[in-house]
Structures are given as C-alpha cells and as structure tokens.
Design a protein. Structure first.
Lengths: 279, 380
C-alpha cells in the first residue's frame, strides 16, 4: 500500500505566548517561533506508518510519502517524518502567506496525480489556521471518497476497501470506503487498536501514546539517506491564488485573572446574565 | 573553532526534547525520586529499544552505532534540561567509556551488546569516604590470591551503584602508594562480599550508593586494562565523563534560565510583570551568557574527546567541567531568586535544579580542582 501524508510545520502550540503580530496588524510574525510538525499531521503519519508495517516485527510492508508545502526550512519537518519511518519526502516550496486551504489542496491534487497513492491520510486541520478544509477540498478535486475525523481504520486488502469509524458530535459512524480515498484523522487514531492492516497480528497493541512515534537514532541516521524531492507550485502547473485574505490580526485581550466567588446558583445565573452577558 | 551540529544531530536533539518533556516531566521526575530504584525502568527500556540512545557510542561490532561524544551531546543536554532520572550517564559515560578505553574484546563482547539493548547497566566506583576525585588517593585495596584478585574497601558516591549490574572498581595493590599500583576490576553488582546501600544526597534525581567490598573475589579476566596501569586509565575515563557531564549541566543551566524568564513574564508586582524591571533583566542576561559560555566550552571539550588527544581532552574537560558547574549552580540560584518565595517551595521545580547543580558540581572534582588542573596544564 502506498500512502501520501501531507505534513505542515506550525508554530509550537506549547509556546503560543510567543506568537506576535506585525506592527501593521496584517500578519502573524514567525520571528522567534519554534516549529513543530502539526500535531494532527503527526497522528496521521503515525496511522499511515501503522497501515504500512507489521507492528509486531516492525518490518515495512508498504510505502509512506510525506509532502510539505512551505519555505525551504520546512525540510526539517520532512526529515522528522522520514526519521519516524516514512520512505520518501517531497517539498513544494512556497511562502506561507501565499497559501490557503484551496491552494494547498490544488498542489496536493497534482502531487497525488503524479504519485498515485492508494490513500491520502492527513490531519483533520492544522493548529494554526484551524480551517479544516484541505482534506475535503482535495477529495472533491480528485473525485475520491473522503472520510473525515477517522478514529479507526481497518483494511486487509492493501487499502482497496477500508472500514472506517468516524467521530461525530452525536456518536460514531462506521463507513465502508473503496480506495483510493482521502482520510482525515482524529486523535483517537492513536488508540493501541485503532489501526488494523491485516498484516500486523489482530491482537497486537501499540503502546498508549499522546503523539506519533519518536524518531529512533537509527531512524534519524537512515533519514539522511532517504530522498527528498524539491519542487514548486509552478513546476507542478498550479497557478492558484489564495481565496482568503486576512484583513487584520489582533491578540486576544489579556485576562484579568480575577476570580469572583458566588454564594448561590441564582447569583451565578444573575452574574452570567447581567455582568458576563453570556446568557 | 567553527562548530555546528549536523542535521541528524539537530533532529536527535529535537527528538530527545519531545521524548523527555513527556517522559521526564516534573511529575515523572518526582515519581522517580520517590520510587525504590530512583528511576522508571520502563522509560529506560524505551530509551534502549525505541530510541536507540544507548547504542550511540558503542562500536558497530558490538551492536552499537559507532558514533562519538559529539553525537551524544544532544541527548545529554536534553537529559540535563529535564533532570532525567536513570542510569544512562553512569552506564554510557562511565561504564562504557571504561570498557572502550581499557576493556579487552571478551569484556566488550560480553557486555556492550546487552548495554545497547538496555539489558545491562554499568557504573564506575572511584571516590571514597574522603570524597576525593584524585585517583592517587584511592585507598580501596586488592591483593592477588592464587588466580583471583581479592578486593577490600569502601566506595562512595557511586552513581546508580545500587542498581548497576556491573561495577568498574578502582583499587590499589596492597602496600602501593600514589599513582602506582592502581588497577580497575569489573565486578558483578551481586558479587559475594559486596554490600550496597543507598547514600542519600541533596540531589534526589540521581541515586548514589556506598559500596563495601569485603574480600570480594574476582577472576583474572575481570581486570580492565593492565594491572597497575589504572591511574592513567581512570583519568582518561573521568575526563570523558567530565566533558559529558558539562553538556548535561549546560542543559540544566539553560532550563533554569527558561524557567526564570517564563516566571518573570507571568509574575506581577506594582502592576507590571517583574521581567520588566531592570534588576531582573540584568540577572537574566547574566544567566544567558553563562549558558552560552558554558555551552561553547562543553561542546569544544567533546570535540576534543572525538579528536582523541588525551592531553587536550584533559585540559578541555577540566575547563568545561569548571565552567559548566559554575554556570549551572549560579543559574539555579538565580532562578530561585527570580521566583522569590515560591522558588524554594517543594511544589515548584527550581529547588530540584539547585540540588542537581550542587551535586553535579562536586562529581568528578570541584570547579576549584579543575581550575587548578587547567592552570597546571597551561604551565601557570
């Protein structure tokens, strides 16, 4: 099975207090920010690696290609993906501010047409833009089925048919999807039994984890020799302009930090209605 | 010197930080401190099996990766940053170095593959009751009886000595004096006649032990290096450990700075965050230059280790150990100052770093001893 996993570098969400806005308020500046792989993408990469390996023997039985769109230094994020176990990387050079969900989906469409993967597995959203659109756009452009917010993926025929459980506000829906398909994942995809590929023994449990696997030293050394292809939107024949323009940014107001204690539920309701004005 | 990490070393550092910020978080460190062994064996197993860090400096013929001291630095720095509790330093920077520098093929073949897999831990027993790190002052004795060597004496401040599977013990031939007659022996942690006890120190994040040898018999093949040539070998082992510990101290010193800055941007007095006061800014600036100064020299010492010139290593290791010890201790103290009253409460972490800094400062020789050693090396 061949899986394409788009990964994006984002400002470290644990250091959100370092996020600053440019003087004219038109952009979020990247100065002094530490970059991390978007956590949702990291979980998707973990799911893709589990789909393409024998979890018990750790041998690879498929191929994972990671692709990132961004400035040249986004290659560090690709290397991280390769160190985790992906086979190849593709960097599509681009400026962050010239990208939106539509442009990203168009670029990914071209990559998919070139690579012909059995699946595209990606994070349901990124923690910076939070737009939650790329997976659905991409499926639409490709004419492929899409399963969003997957909490489990089961296949035993190399991705041709997939049984996917989707997370819904009201519960969970189980779908049967014919590949090739686009899947976006939720954090529950990291559950020890969430991914079954017919190769890893059914009773095998991955360790409990809050993120993707850590890159081993051997993985890091091996990543050095793995190929990373560099290309650009223009070279791929994508000539799309962002449809979204940001007018202004501002930081949320500082919290006062004060705590008000109330004596009764009635007083609480009164304060929420009259002071906080949230009821 | 133009030094920079290559992409693999940078990624190793990032991976180490990602792993340790979870597995060596404040909660995990405190749980390890309270535990019987002083560390979580499950995390150590993951370090071996999942991450492969124990294999870094072990040669490829013994199932390692055959890399050098510089490749180990990103791991050690993050371990220092997060006060990792576990026998990594003692096993790799003391035990493995002893075997690589003095061990024969049989000893290396018998132990190193198991160390790489995380199945065997090692340490070095050097200092004694007088807490001297001068190898010429070793009092623990051995004598030859038939084909065996018999060890007697007491060792203290043995890092992870309570849990180590094998201990490299420094002892002198009965009746010898000074640098003469020192030999190293590989002793099982379960040897007859060896009693071990926990030696509580201020630093609860790194376990130390007192080991008492009462007529402990070891076979001839337990000798590490040549008989009587242990003094020079010990110095070579210790210098590599000093260079490694300096990197760990840099990680701790930088974490103290990060904690202090974060707190100073959160804590308000007189309607402003305290980080806006010049007195705090000056302290933070001093903390930063201490980190950068210590980092430069600690990295240089490990570059010297990989280059392999023993005289250069000795001088650089002492310079690094003295500088990094002072930087870590002073930064840990300043971190408490900037935190104010909460800085020395049990619930806040600055005291953990202060105590690690104090203990690390004394391991393998105090800053004063190392400054003296550098002065001598420079012919002063």
């Amino acid at each position: 099975m061949k899986i394409l996993v788009p990964i994006k570098r984002v400002a470290d969400p644990d250091n959100a207090n370092k996020v600053k806005i440019s003087g004219d308020g038109t952009e979020v500046t990247s100065e002094g920010l530490e970059w991390k792989m978007n956590p949702f993408d990291e979980w998707s990469l973990e799911a893709a690696l589990r789909l393409t390996e024998d979890g018990k023997t750790k041998s690879r039985v498929g191929e994972v290609v990671v692709v990132s769109i961004g400035p040249k230094d986004a290659v560090a994020t690709i290397r991280q993906g390769l160190a985790m176990g992906a086979e190849r990387g593709i960097l599509v050079e681009g400026e962050d501010k010239k990208l939106d969900a539509l442009v990203v989906a168009k670029i990914l469409q071209k990559i998919v047409e070139k690579e012909n993967p059995d699946l595209v597995v990606l994070g349901k959203q990124t923690v910076d833009g939070d737009s939650n659109l790329v997976g659905t756009y991409l499926a639409e452009f490709l004419g492929w089925p899409v399963a969003n917010y997957a909490t489990s993926i089961r296949t035993s025929d190399d991705g041709k048919t997939l049984t996917i459980v989707r997370e819904l506000d009201t519960g969970a829906a189980t779908l049967e999807v014919k590949g090739p398909a686009v899947i976006t994942t939720s954090d529950r995809i990291l559950h020890p039994h969430a991914v079954k590929n017919g190769v890893t023994p059914d009773d095998f449990a991955y360790p409990e984890s809050e993120g993707g696997r850590y890159a081993s030293l051997k993985g890091i050394m091996a990543a050095k020799k793995k190929p990373v292809e560099e290309t650009s939107a223009a070279a791929l024949g994508v000539d799309a302009a962002p449809q979204v323009s940001y007018v202004s940014f501002k930081l949320p107001p500082a919290r006062s930090g004060s705590t008000t204690f109330v004596e009764s539920a009635a007083e609480l309701v009164q304060k929420l209605r009259n002071e906080a004005k949230v009821l | 010197m133009d030094f920079r990490f290559n992409e693999e070393q940078l990624e190793l550092g990032r991976a180490a930080r990602r792993f340790l910020e979870v597995e060596s978080s404040s909660e995990r460190v405190r749980a390890a401190m309270e535990s019987e062994r002083g560390f979580d064996p499950a995390v150590y197993k993951r370090i071996a099996e999942e991450l492969g860090w124990l294999a870094v400096t072990i040669p490829e013929e013994y199932e390692g990766l055959g890399l050098g001291a510089v490749d180990l630095m990103p791991i050690l720095e993050e371990m220092g940053r997060f006060l990792y509790c576990g026998p990594f330093f003692s096993t790799i920077c003391l035990g493995v170095n002893a075997l690589l520098l003095g061990g024969d093929d049989a000893q290396k073949g018998e132990l190193l593959p198991y160390v790489a897999r995380g199945e065997t831990t090692l340490t070095l027993a050097h200092a004694e009751a007088r807490a001297k790190w001068d190898s010429a002052e070793i009092e623990c004795e051995y004598e030859k009886r038939g084909d065996d060597y018999v060890l007697s004496g007491e060792k203290r401040y043995v890092l992870d000595g309570l849990t180590a599977d094998r201990v490299v013990v420094a002892a002198r031939a009965k009746g010898s004096k000074g640098a003469e007659g020192i030999s190293l022996f590989l002793v099982s942690g379960e040897a007859d006649g060896l009693s071990k006890s926990h030696l509580p120190t201020v630093d609860m994040t790194r376990r130390e032990a007192a080991l008492t040898f009462r007529e402990v018999h070891v076979a001839r093949d337990a000798l590490v290096g040549e008989e009587g040539a242990g003094h020079a070998l010990l110095e070579r082992i210790l210098d590599r450990a000093r260079a490694a510990l300096a990197v760990e101290q840099v990680g701790g010193a930088e974490r103290c700075l990060d904690m202090a800055v974060a707190y100073s941007l959160e804590r308000k007095q007189f309607g402003r965050v305290i980080g806006s006061f010049q007195a705090i800014k000056h302290m933070a600036a001093d903390m930063l230059w201490r980190v950068e100064n210590a980092r430069s020299i600690a990295y240089a010492a490990n570059v010297a280790v990989d280059a392999g010139d023993d005289a250069e290593i000795a001088e650089m290791a002492s310079a690094a150990k003295a500088t990094a010890s002072t930087a870590f201790f002073q930064n840990a103290a300043d971190n408490i100052q900037i935190h104010g009253g909460v800085g020395f409460t049990w619930e806040f972490d600055p005291h953990l770093y202060f105590k690690r800094a104090k203990a690390s400062e004394e391991h393998f020789g105090s800053p004063a001893m190392h400054r003296e050693r550098v002065a001598r090396a420079m012919g002063l």
